[in-house]
Ligand binder design. Structure first.
Ligand SMILES: Nc1nc2c(ncn2[C@@H]2O[C@H](COP(=O)(O)OP(=O)(O)OP(=O)(O)O)[C@@H](O)[C@H]2O)c(=O)[nH]1
Length: 458
């Protein structure tokens, strides 16, 4: 099954993604020249951003894994792995960051551990997205026997990046690593950190790969490009800003939140669209399974089920239940004279007229078969049902459809039956009663209403 995410992007989606890309680049263009400009330090800003990245990346990894389960497309699983990797590296960076949870950072962090976790996070994410892009056209369904199965794909593409992130965390906490960037105090230096430059190049490489492999065809191609672009701006501003609490540093943090946030937004959009489609499909299925396609009133299947329930309820509450059976007179002659398409139109018009007469709560009209309809009137006694049947008969005459017979108008005959008081034996007996009354109306000359005595077995 295809998902909307890997389905073709519409022009509107492409325009929306294009505008987002321009805004991201515009933000870079504005922030870059003043990247080293110091701003007031806001201590909780960094932990807040890291926590946001952790949460949104975790959600993106979970949702992409779930999409993989449905679509069997390893690319989605690999992207889930990229976000799982991000979630774990950012969490470890936060724990190791000096001054957040402890003065020197948790997990036995060394002075450069958190900075290296940043490098692993920002270097690993584009590399893992690149891996996902290489799996773009792969599908488990088409794989020959002996290839990885579903859970093995999941373990490999989501589990391994997660484990890798943890291993890198252990490495960063224990290895005696030198600072990946120039000292933060070196704010006036014009030098650019080679590590940050490598990270930027990795982002650029991943963007090029997405553009080449996907050519922005699918919704995912569009938004993963925006996510990578956000990651690129994040790395670039980090590279340019040198120190914390500068313009570049603050803007970079915002873009680090955007990289996973954009995918979560798209995944939630997909869920919402699918939910709406499901609700519409369910409503349409319900309509077609319970309604007659030609006339739009309830169908025989619905009547058979519902009438039994109506009957049981009426018996339980000792309330009357009336049934009117209606049949178009000499309909064969009508068809013969005007043809079946006009016969169909006549059936529709009669059904509509009958439906007008059954408008109280619980009442309904169903097509019983051919040119025969039933009107179910819960709570109506026989006299009331007879009056309503007369109204229905007159409503059909009032349509004014020309008939080939002597009367010159399309008419109906109707038979009424009612169960009230205690215990009629069953619903089909009530149906037989209405049918017998209809037969009597036909025998008596048509275009009339007949009724049977109250069925009361009490
Ligand atoms: N156009 C059209 N005709 C239908 C449909 N279903 C049943 N019919 C026709 O309804 C006609 C019913 O004919 P009969 O059962 O002989 O009854 P009648 O001619 O109405 O005669 P009475 O009921 O005795 O008044 C047949 O010609 C069927 O082909 C339908 O969905 N569309």
């Amino acid at each position: 099954m295809e998902s909307l995410l890997i389905g073709p992007a519409t022009r509107k989606q492409a325009a929306c993604a294009g505008t987002s890309a321009l805004l991201v680049l515009l933000a870079l263009a504005i922030a870059a020249p003043q990247a080293r400009q110091p701003l007031s330090p806001v201590g909780p800003f960094m932990p807040m951003c890291a926590l946001t990245v952790f949460t949104t990346s975790g959600i993106a990894a979970f949702l992409l894994g779930a999409r993989f389960a449905v679509t069997q497309r390893p690319m989605l699983c690999a992207l889930g792995g990229a976000y799982a990797f991000t979630a774990i590296t950012v969490a470890l960076q936060l724990l190791m960051f000096p001054g957040v949870f402890s003065h020197t950072g948790l997990l036995g962090a060394r002075p450069n551990s958190a900075a290296w976790m940043w490098v692993f996070w920002h270097g690993g994410f584009p590399l893992l997205v690149a891996v996902a892009m290489l799996l773009r056209d792969q599908s488990i369904d088409g794989s020959p026997a002996g290839r990885f199965r579903f859970h093995e794909w999941t373990l490999t593409l989501i589990g391994m990046p997660a484990v890798l992130a943890a291993v890198l965390g252990v490495f960063a906490a224990n290895a005696n690593l030198s600072a990946p960037f120039y000292p933060m105090t070196d704010i006036d230096s014009a030098r650019i950190s080679p590590t940050a430059l490598v990270v930027c190049l990795l982002d650029a490489f991943a963007i090029v790969l997405v553009l080449v492999k996907g050519r922005l065809r699918s919704v995912l191609d569009l938004w993963i490009t925006i996510a990578l672009l956000a990651s690129f701006v994040d790395a670039s501003l980090n590279m340019l800003s040198v120190g914390r609490f500068t313009v570049g540093w603050y803007v970079a943090r915002i873009f680090s939140m955007l990289a996973p946030g954009v995918l979560v937004g798209v995944l939630i959009w997909e869920v919402t669209v699918l939910y709406r489609q499901l609700a519409e499909a369910h409503a349409s299925l319900l309509q077609t399974s319970t309604h007659d396609a030609l006339t739009g009133v309830y169908n025989r299947h619905y009547f058979d089920e519902q009438f039994r329930r109506d009957f049981d309820r009426a018996r339980l509450h000792r309330r009357p239940l009336s049934l009117v059976m209606v049949d178009i007179d000499n309909f064969k002659a009508y068809n013969d004279a005007f043809g079946h398409p006009r016969g169909d139109a006549c059936l529709r018009a009669v059904a509509e007229a009958l439906a007008q007469t059954a408008r109280r709560a619980g009442e309904y009209v169903a097509r019983y078969g051919g040119e025969e309809f039933v009107i179910v009137l819960p709570g109506s006694e026989l006299d009331d049902a007879t009056t309503r049947a007369e109204q229905a008969r007159n409503a059909v005459i009032a349509i004014g459809l020309t008939a080939p017979g002597p009367g010159g108008r399309v008419t109906v005959s109707a038979g009424c039956a009612c169960s009230e008081g205690s215990e009629p034996s069953n619903a089909s007996e009530l149906l037989d009663g209405a049918d017998a009354a209809l037969y009597a109306a036909k025998r008596a000359g048509r275009n009339r209403v007949e009724r049977v005595a109250v069925i009361d077995r009490g």
